[in-house]
Design a protein around this ligand. Structure first.
Ligand SMILES: [Zn+2]
Length: 256
């Protein structure tokens, strides 16, 4: 009896180390935190870095890669806290993510101007949550990203026709139509107001936004991530081929 149990255990261990067996967490690695803003002190930079790491944990805790290892790793070359001009009267959240696709190097800039609220507590009505801006830019890094790069890695674009993102039969309206890179990376407020991935997040307490089920399900549709939610799935014609992935998802949910 004891021998049987040992044999079963070692067999399981061998199989798991061979192909890593099951779904695993994605990881987001930042190579360097800097500040191009001379007025941003070292202490502020360290605090901002800590806040950024917290936002990373929210994404990596919400998305899982269905494959056996190695799993998706997003490498961010630099996170720069910089004094950015908020152009067009607040039509931008004051930060940009460049070149972000899962696995690709991404540069993220987060504004340090007075619109941004870096403290803890309630966000004043004339400021925006810096933590939410960080979370939003990380959303681009993990896949909310229209890239007309021509490199064959067009998983996000491939789901979009006009300004509609096809989430396996559910059409999500994006904030812009074809060739509007900025618009295609954001969910339109007419479809979902107060979403983390809207083009703007506004001011005050409502600028604090969590990662939504919609955000996660769209990423799942484009890249095959697994999430804690029941997301729309491919039609029945393709279900057969995805049976193994479905079982991996079951295992991941059980481990929660
Ligand atoms: Zn954005």
């Amino acid at each position: 009896m004891k021998r049987c149990a040992t044999l079963f255990l070692s067999l399981a261990l061998v199989l798991c180390s061979w192909q890593d067996c099951q779904a695993g967490p994605i990881s987001i690695v930042v190579n360097e935190y800097t500040s191009s803003d001379d007025s941003f002190t070292t202490g502020q930079l360290l605090a901002a870095k800590a806040t950024f790491e917290t936002q990373i944990a929210l994404w990596t805790g919400a998305l899982s890669d269905p494959k056996g290892g190695p799993h998706v790793t997003v490498t961010i070359s630099t996170v720069d806290f910089v004094s950015l001009a908020l152009g067009n009267g607040g039509s931008t959240v004051g930060a940009t993510a460049v070149g972000g696709l899962p696995g690709n190097v991404t540069k993220i800039k987060i504004s340090t101007n007075t619109d941004m609220f870096y403290d803890t507590g309630t966000v004043p009505k004339d400021q925006k949550s810096a933590a939410t801006v960080m979370l939003h830019e990380l959303g681009h890094a993990v896949g909310f990203n229209y890239l007309d790069s021509g490199d064959g890695y067009q998983k996000w674009n491939d789901r979009i026709t006009g300004n509609l993102f096809d989430m396996f039969g559910t059409n999500v309206t994006m904030a812009g139509a074809k060739d509007d890179a900025n618009g295609l990376s954001h969910i339109d407020t007419s479809y979902a107001a107060n979403d983390l991935m809207n083009l703007t997040i506004g001011y005050g307490p409502s600028s604090v936004r969590p990662i939504s089920q919609l955000d996660l399900c769209m990423l799942a549709a484009a890249y095959g991530y697994q999430t804690p939610y029941d997301c729309p799935e491919p039609g029945s014609m393709t279900l057969l081929g995805l049976g193994v992935a479905g079982m991996a998802g079951y295992g991941w949910r059980r481990r929660k």
